[in-house]
Design a protein around this ligand. Structure first.
Ligand SMILES: *[C@@H]1O[C@H](CO)[C@@H](O)[C@H](O)[C@H]1NC(C)=O
Ligand SMILES: *[C@@H]1O[C@H](CO)[C@@H](O)[C@H](O)[C@H]1NC(C)=O
Ligand SMILES: *[C@@H]1O[C@H](CO)[C@@H](O)[C@H](O)[C@H]1NC(C)=O
Ligand SMILES: *[C@@H]1O[C@H](CO)[C@@H](O)[C@H](O)[C@H]1NC(C)=O
Ligand SMILES: *[C@@H]1O[C@H](CO)[C@@H](O)[C@H](O)[C@H]1NC(C)=O
Ligand SMILES: *[C@H]1O[C@@H](CO)[C@H](O)[C@@H](O)[C@@H]1NC(C)=O
Length: 458
């Protein structure tokens, strides 16, 4: 959350607060189950959507073309002269449920703020023009809305996108899965060990085609398992490990209002399955977890063919299967920030989907062969990485959330503040408060509010 500098053309001095959070799991390979639910939640509030005539290219003054960017407004609490809260949408369709629920509305009520939710360009229904292409020329345009300043509502917003700091750390060592290990171990130290055992057994069986019929049945694959390349096995292993990543990332978050199902599947539930020896060997329990997730998300079977994933991801139609965000997100990982949930570190439970597997997708989907290292370096130079030089930002993160490994968890200066919440998951502070919240979560929300009040008064 950042207090931005901005300038309304008409009003004299309006203070603005920018909120941003990567709100849905950026794991395109596994995003389908959420995407469908969000789609229906989004459809319900479709009539409330508004459209802003946006410039196609903020970098090029000679570029006159415009397009329509989707946004939502809640002015219920607005008092003239009050601040403006701008929530920047994440890597998927903007969900208008945020206009009715969430901690920011409570802050808005107390401060008389106007609330705006702006859908991120290229995601959801905000289509600048053609779907993202491979051509180099396009790349800068995709970067635009991540880059300050940008224009919205006759205002230039100066915005440091704090949620995407220092990407290089995730490129070579998967911190993400290391936190998954620690979060499972916090529930029960045995839990990640059993997960590792199960994953290792599965990897071993993949070397023996005689086991494929059993694997197909045990994990309810949509078609008989075929492993023709390392990419095939990587995709299968990543999909199954994804069950754990998703649950850890959102553990016990109060996000049912977003239309998400399965919020009662928590780390506790997964670990209780993994530690239940009546279900058989660790491998069998791993399969039981996969079936539990399929039942929860009403999936009859799972498609684990790398080829069909690539086909879906390569579809450039705006009505294509990954057009809501999967294709765009992975494109950004390939050209801007890495952010891979890879298995290169030994200190995590899974194996078989290393960095190389993710980089290969950049070639297979977008025919990209450029150096990701260079792209990441450029991104960090542009945004400052950890060497961020600005003022009045709070960086909230939860210790259970694997993404905190990329976040700011210690104060940088007296007005670049970390709010590191022990025991909570991804973006927990943004969800509506409820009775079961950990005391440190309630304190974090209060602390953020106090900073907001202080900065708005300055
Ligand atoms: C704004 O938020 C309040 C509080 O949640 C809600 O009651 C109201 O319906 C919202 N208004 C709009 C236009 O979404
Ligand atoms: C497949 O599973 C069955 C039942 O658990 C087991 O008896 C059989 O040995 C397995 N086959 C292979 C090739 O592992
Ligand atoms: C989660 O909630 C669903 C729907 O209410 C229920 O059917 C299921 O048994 C619950 N699962 C667990 C593990 O609590
Ligand atoms: C892309 O997706 C659309 C919508 O699902 C489909 O009609 C079209 O055939 C797909 N195109 C390709 C090349 O697969
Ligand atoms: C992929 O890129 C290479 C080099 O940039 C180009 O020669 C080739 O035609 C491209 N292939 C496809 C399928 O677009
Ligand atoms: C803190 O970590 C960063 C870096 O990964 C994420 O992008 C943020 O979404 C996360 N913030 C919260 C509030 O969970």
């Amino acid at each position: 959350m950042a207090l931005g500098c901005n300038r309304f053309q008409k009003a004299s001095a309006v203070l603005a607060v920018v909120l941003a959070c990567v709100l849905c799991a950026p794991c395109a390979a596994r995003s389908h189950r959420y995407a469908a639910q969000l789609e229906s939640a989004t459809a319900a509030a479709e009539e409330e959507a508004q459209w802003f005539i946006q410039r196609l290219d903020h970098f090029n003054g000679a570029e006159a073309r415009v397009w329509k960017q989707r946004y939502f407004v809640n002015d219920t609490f607005y008092r003239p002269g009050g601040p403006v809260f701008l929530m920047i949408g994440g890597e998927g369709p903007a969900n208008p449920a945020w206009m009715q629920y969430g901690t920011w509305l409570l802050y808005a009520q107390k401060l008389g703020a106007l609330c705006l939710l702006l859908e991120h360009r290229f995601y959801g229904k905000s289509h600048p023009r053609d779907p993202p292409k491979e051509r180099k020329k396009e790349r800068k345009k995709e970067r635009v809305s991540l880059t300050r300043p940008f224009r919205f509502m006759n205002t230039r917003w100066c915005y440091k996108p704090w949620s995407r700091l220092n990407q290089e750390r995730n490129l070579h060592r998967s911190k993400y899965l290391e936190v998954v290990w620690r979060s499972l171990a916090a529930e029960n130290p045995e839990c990640p060990l059993v997960v590792k055992k199960a994953s290792d057994t599965l990897v071993e069986r993949l070397n023996d085609p005689k086991t494929y019929d059993n694997i197909t049945k045990d994990f309810r694959l949509c078609s008989k398992l075929q492993i023709q390349s390392k990419m095939d096995s990587a995709y299968l292993l990543e999909s199954l490990a994804g069950n754990f990543m998703d649950v850890v990332q959102y553990n016990e978050d109060n996000r049912a209002f977003e239309g998400v199902v399965g919020t009662n599947i928590t780390i506790k539930v997964l670990c209780s399955v993994m530690l239940d020896s009546s279900l058989g060997e660790p491998y069998d329990r791993y399969a039981a977890v996969a079936r539990l997730m399929q039942n929860t998300f009403s999936q009859a079977c799972i498609n684990t063919q790398y080829k069909s994933y690539i086909q879906d991801m390569s579809n450039t139609s705006w009505s294509g299967p990954e057009a809501g965000g999967g294709r765009q997100w992975v494109y950004q990982t390939c050209t801007e920030f890495g952010f891979y949930q890879s298995t290169d570190s030994p200190n995590q439970p899974f194996s078989g989907f290393p960095l190389h597997y993710h980089l290969q997708q950049c070639a297979d989907i977008y025919n990209l062969s450029t150096s990701l290292d260079d792209a990441i370096q450029q991104t960090n130079e542009e945004y400052g990485g950890y060497d961020i030089r600005t003022t009045r930002i709070v960086f909230p993160n939860g210790s259970i959330d694997p993404w905190h490994a990329l976040g700011v968890t210690r104060d940088i200066t007296s007005d670049l503040l970390a709010v590191f919440i022990k025991g909570t998951a991804h973006c927990a502070n943004m969800y509506p408060a409820r009775a079961e919240d950990l005391p440190q979560l309630s304190l974090a929300r209060d602390h953020i509010f106090i900073m907001l009040q202080k900065w708005l008064a300055e």
